[in-house]
Design a protein around this ligand. Structure first.
Ligand code: NAD
Length: 498
């Protein structure tokens, strides 16, 4: 049997490149390799950047209405064919189909935001700042920008970035995760169908070699990265060292604080949804519930009760939770259950014994609940990135906030309470970029911006929304005077307003 090989997408068509290295792409629900993906060399990346530069001149000169038209057409095509894309996501990532459709919907929001690029591009104008002198600003595209994305949102994260980058007049080279790369090619073909000129959007597949080539390439003006914290830091340092504008979003360990006055049923629903959705492989997953002592036993019981109703299995079969991305990742996540027991925590639900509706070779691990996790344990401090929910008991609001603020991460957090004063204090006091008040996964809508604090984001610009548009454009300020004869004469002093 011949293995399918997924090519890069360059200049509006699949392109094999020169490198003969490839990497396997699994169907995690079957535990089987379904195709190979090419891994680009530095030479391949250089060729792709060259193609993008050739296409850039025409695209950056295209009118705003032309660029908006392409984005509108892309949005319509994406909406009409989202089921097809969702099936690709489920086949390579493993997330259940309904969750894959949710991912696409959240990505499509950003395409809709990008359709309003005409509004975003408007500059400021100050008339007569000095006699007969006007000052105005305009924003222009940066050039060819690189996007490097993680495995856990193979459609949404690229959509966060490329929609705005393209609408703003840039050309793009996307390097998606090699674990689930097909969504990127699918979206590239759809952009072409929407009328995007060839070469403006390119996909280069690869691993560290391709990433390093992008970070160092003089033809790349900016890098948007999403992935784990150590790589985000490396990307930020390397690419800024090569003079690029960089936003690098990293990992997370999101805490949900439940105060005694909260509605415990709603809080338990939220903890289960946000802890186990997408098998916990979300950067905004709740991985630690901080339960105030007075209600902790009750809350743990309610969470465990709900977990017993979850169906783990193949994402195409209407299950609640799918497999993990790879066998080694599943094994690593599962190993934390033994660590928890050894560190003195209580394993309330052990996902290793789960009954699965799917192929026995899939990369399964059922929902796992661990109570009384000591903060000295790696179960508490590591980003596990799987269906393992920790409960840490705290004695009250202050203790909870102290723990959230002591975390090296600052992506998302949530408070569950019916006390408006406590919620208001929480939003002021926590050192976290995205905060939910009775909302467990506070991913901002597309016209706000997404990003954490501390080790969850390196750089100054968050993703999408106003930050996204600013990131992909450079501002010029123009001081203009239309001359008349009264302005003659020499004066070497510093310009002053008259
Ligand atoms: P990852 O860091 O392993 O990979 C991300 C990207 O970097 C991939 O394209 C990969 O090919 C590349 N890469 C991997 N190792 C590299 C290396 N040594 N040098 C250069 N490039 C390298 O992350 P992942 O496992 O794909 O994704 C999961 C991580 O992403 C989690 O930590 C999660 O929290 C994080 N994440 C963060 C956000 C956010 O918005 N903050 C969103 C989604 C995911």
């Amino acid at each position: 049997m011949t293995t399918t090989i997924l090519d890069h997408w360059v200049g509006g068509a699949p392109w094999p490149g020169a490198s003969d290295r490839t990497s396997p792409v699994y169907n995690p629900a079957l535990g089987r390799v379904q195709k190979e993906v090419r891994l680009a060399s530095a030479g391949d990346v250089d060729a792709v950047v060259g193609v993008a530069h050739e296409a850039l001149t025409q695209w950056r000169g295209a009118s705003i209405s032309k660029r908006q038209g392409v984005m509108f057409a892309f949005r319509e095509l994406l909406n009409a064919r989202k089921q097809e894309l969702a099936e690709i996501l489920t086949a390579e990532h493993g997330k259940v189909l309904s969750d894959a459709l949710g991912e696409i919907a959240r990505g499509m929001e950003v395409v809709e935001f990008a359709c309003g690029v005409g509004h975003l591009t408007k500059g400021a104008y100050s008339e007569n700042v000095s006699t007969d002198v006007d000052v105005y600003t305009l924003r222009q595209p940066l050039g060819v920008v690189g996007i490097i994305s993680p495995f856990n949102f193979p459609a949404m994260v690229p959509l966060w970035f490329f929609s705005i980058a393209l609408a703003a007049g840039n050309a793009v080279v996307l390097k998606p995760s090699e674990k689930d790369p097909s969504a990127a090619n699918w979206m590239a073909a759809l952009l072409r169908e929407a009328g995007l000129p060839d070469g403006v959007f390119n996909v280069v597949h690869g691993d560290k070699q391709a990433v390093d080539a992008l970070l160092e390439h003089p033809g790349i003006a900016a890098i948007s990265f999403v992935g784990s914290t150590p790589i985000a830091k490396y990307v930020y340092e390397t690419a800024t060292g090569h003079g690029k504008r960089v936003q690098a979003l990293g990992g997370a360990k999101n805490h949900m604080l439940v105060l005694p006055d909260a509605d415990l049923d709603l809080a338990a629903d939220a903890a289960v949804n946000a802890g186990f959705g997408s098998a916990g492989e979300r950067c905004m997953a709740v991985s630690v519930v901080l339960a105030v002592d007075a209600v902790a036993d009750q809350l743990v019981a309610k969470v465990a009760e709900r977990m017993a109703t979850l169906r783990t299995g193949d994402g195409t079969r209407g299950c609640d939770m799918g497999p993990l991305i790879t066998g080694p990742h599943r094994d690593k996540v599962a190993s934390y259950i033994d660590v928890a027991a050894a560190d003195g925590a209580t394993v309330v639900v052990d996902g290793r014994g789960v009954t699965v509706d799917g192929d026995p070779n899939g990369f399964w691990l059922g929902p796992t609940l661990i109570d009384r996790v000591p903060t000295s344990s790696s179960v508490y401090s590591d980003e596990i990135f799987g269906p393992v929910l920790s409960i840490v008991r705290v004695d009250g609001y202050e203790h909870g906030v102290e723990m959230i603020n002591a975390s090296p991460y600052g992506n998302g957090t949530a408070i569950f309470t019916n006390d408006g004063g406590a919620a208001r204090r929480f939003q002021r006091e926590v050192t976290v970029g995205m905060i939910g008040i009775n909302v467990p996964i506070p991913v901002p809508v597309a016209y706000h911006s997404f990003g954490g604090w501390k080790a969850s984001l390196f750089g100054d610009a968050k993703a999408y929304g106003p930050h996204g548009f600013d990131f992909y454009t450079a501002e010029k300020a123009i001081t203009s005077r239309w001359l008349d004869p009264s302005h003659g004469g020499l004066n070497l002093g510093f310009p002053q307003h008259t």
